[in-house]
Design a protein around this ligand. Structure first.
Ligand code: PMT
Length: 404
C-alpha cells in the first residue's frame, strides 16, 4: 500500500466516526489519503479530525477552489489509485447508481477512473429495500466493489444487517483492489464485443442478438486492472466505457480489418463478439421491394477472424475466444479451442436462463490449452470478466502459451 493514493469519501451516517479509524490504518500502511466529505458527514464528525490524521485538507465544498491551477474534483479524481466510500449511505449509493453529481463527493466519484470500493452502512430495512438493492446491483455490474455491512445492534435501535464493515476489513479489500489493479498494467488488451451487422439493402441487415454486454464487461475489467484497452464493437446502445478506446464497426469484414490493424500492438485479444458467419452476396443499392412470392437471398461466408488471427499471431500474445453453444457445449468449445489456436475459450450455454445474449449474467466454463477447466456458477458478466482476466493475467501467462 506504500505510496498508494486513496480517496476516502465519507457520507452522513453515524458510522462516519469509523472512517477516522479507516484513514488512520491506511496512513499507517503507507498510503497517501485524501478525504472528501458530504455536508451531512460534517455533522457527525469534523473535517479537522480527518485533516489531522491525513495531514491534508479535507474537501467538502465543490466551489472551494483554493488552487486556481486545477479544478479540484477532477484533479482529485485523476489523482486517486482507488476511491473508497465509507460509510456509504443509501443516498450516495442511489446518486452513484444514477450518475448524479451535486456535491464534492459525488462529482469526484463520477469523474474518477479509479476502482471504487463502497462500504454501505444504514438501517436494516433501508438496506433490504429493493430500490437500494437494485442500486447496489447496478453498481456491482459496473465494477464497483462492495464491502458487505455486518450484522448486529444498529444505532437506530434495530438489530440486523447494516453496520459498517470493520475498518481492518475495508483496508484488506483496498489492498486486494490495489493489488488486482496492477496485474495488467503495461499490457495492451484488445476486446471485441457485440454483434456484427451485414447489410442486405439500405434498410435491412442480417445480425444476431448480441448486445455487447459481455465484451464491454471484459473491456471495463481490463481497464480497471491497468491495461490500455481498445474495444472493437458492433453497433449498440451501451455507453462508451470511459478510459477505453472504442473502434466502432458494423460488418464482420470491418471487424476483421480493425482486429488485424490492432493485433500487432496487442498483448491480449479477447473475442467476445458474435460475428456473422455469412453476409448477403450482394448489397442492393435501393430498398428491395416486396413481392407475393418468397425471397431468396444468397449468402456468402465471412472470413473467420480468429482463424486469420491464428495465422498472424505472435507467440507472446494470449488469444481468447468465446463460444456460444446450445448443446454438447464442452465438445464444441474444445473443437474451437484447437481449430482457432486459442489459449482459452469461454463456453457459454446460451440455452440456459441467465446465460449468453442480452442478460446481465452469464454461466460459463473456461477451457485452456494448458488443461485449465474452470466452471463458474451464474454470476454478473463483470465477475465472469474478472475470473477470465485472473487466468489471463495469472503469473507468467501473458506470453507464455500458444502460438501457431
Ligand atoms: O453481447 P452479449 O449480449 O452480452 O452476449 C454475449 C455473447 C453470448 C455474444 C458472448 O458471451 C459470446 O459467446 N460470444 C461469442 C459468440 C459466438 O459468435 O460464438 P461462435 O461460436 O460463433 O464463435 C466462436 C469464436 O469465434 C468467438 O470468439 C467469435 O468472436 C469468433 N468468430 C466467429 C465467427 C467469425 N466469422 N469470426 C470469429 O472470429
Amino acid at each position: 500500500m506504500l505510496g498508494s493514493r486513496i480517496i476516502v469519501g465519507v457520507t452522513g451516517g453515524i458510522a462516519a466516526y469509523k472512517a477516522a479509524a479507516l484513514c488512520s490504518q491506511l496512513v499507517k500502511r503507507g498510503a497517501e489519503v485524501r478525504v472528501v466529505m458530504t455536508e451531512a458527514a460534517t455533522r457527525f464528525i469534523t473535517p479537522l479530525t480527518f485533516q489531522s490524521i491525513t495531514k491534508h485538507p479535507v474537501a467538502v465544498d465543490t466551489f472551494d477552489e483554493h488552487d486556481p491551477s486545477v479544478i479540484q474534483h477532477i484533479h482529485l479524481a485523476d489523482w486517486a489509485d482507488v476511491f473508497v466510500v465509507a460509510p456509504a449511505t443509501a443516498d450516495v449509493i442511489a446518486k452513484a447508481a444514477c450518475g448524479l453529481a451535486d456535491d464534492m463527493l459525488t462529482t469526484t466519484l463520477l469523474a474518477t477512473r479509479a476502482p471504487v470500493i463502497v462500504a454501505p452502512a444504514m438501517n436494516v430495512h433501508m438496506l433490504a429495500n429493493p430500490i437500494v438493492q437494485e442500486n447496489i446491483r447496478r453498481l456491482r455490474e459496473r465494477g464497483f466493489v462492495f464491502v458487505d455491512p455486518g450484522e448486529g445492534p444498529l444505532a437506530c435501535g434495530y438489530t440486523g444487517k447494516g453496520r459498517l464493515a470493520e475498518p481492518d476489513e475495508i483496508v484488506e479489500v483496498v489492498a486486494a483492489v490495489l493489488q488486482r489493479k496492477k496485474d495488467l498494467e503495461g499490457k495492451r488488451v484488445l476486446v471485441t464485443a457485440g454483434a456484427t451487422r451485414e447489410p442486405f439493402d439500405p434498410v435491412r441487415v442480417l445480425s444476431n442478438r448480441s448486445t455487447g454486454k459481455m465484451g464491454y464487461a471484459v473491456a471495463e475489467a481490463a481497464r480497471d486492472r491497468g491495461a490500455e484497452v481498445t474495444l472493437i464493437a458492433g453497433p449498440g446502445e451501451l455507453p462508451v466505457p470511459p478510459g477505453v478506446q472504442l473502434v466502432r464497426v458494423e460488418t464482420a469484414l470491418e471487424m476483421l480489418n480493425a482486429v488485424l490493424d490492432c493485433l500487432p500492438s496487442a498483448d491480449i485479444l479477447i473475442k467476445a463478439a458474435a460475428v456473422s458467419d455469412y453476409r448477403p452476396a450482394s448489397v442492393s443499392p435501393s430498398k428491395v421491394k416486396k413481392s407475393d412470392g418468397p425471397l431468396v437471398v444468397e449468402l456468402v461466408r465471412n472470413p473467420d477472424i480468429l482463424l486469420e488471427v491464428a495465422k498472424r499471431r505472435r507467440h507472446d500474445q494470449v488469444i481468447v475466444g468465446f463460444a456460444a453453444e446450445t448443446d454438447d457445449v464442452e465438445r464444441h468449445a474444445r473443437e474451437k479451442l484447437e481449430k482457432k489456436s486459442l489459449d482459452y475459450i469461454v463456453a457459454n450455454d446460451v440455452s440456459k436462463p441467465g446465460a449468453g445474449f442480452g442478460s446481465d449474467t452469464n454461466v460459463v466454463t473456461i477451457f485452456g490449452r494448458d488443461g485449465t477447466v474452470l466452471s463458474l456458477p451464474p454470476m454478473a458478466k463483470r465477475q465472469v470478466a474478472e475470473r477470465l482476466l485472473d487466468l489471463v493475467a495469472g503469473a507468467g501467462r501473458v506470453g507464455a502459451v500458444g502460438g501457431p
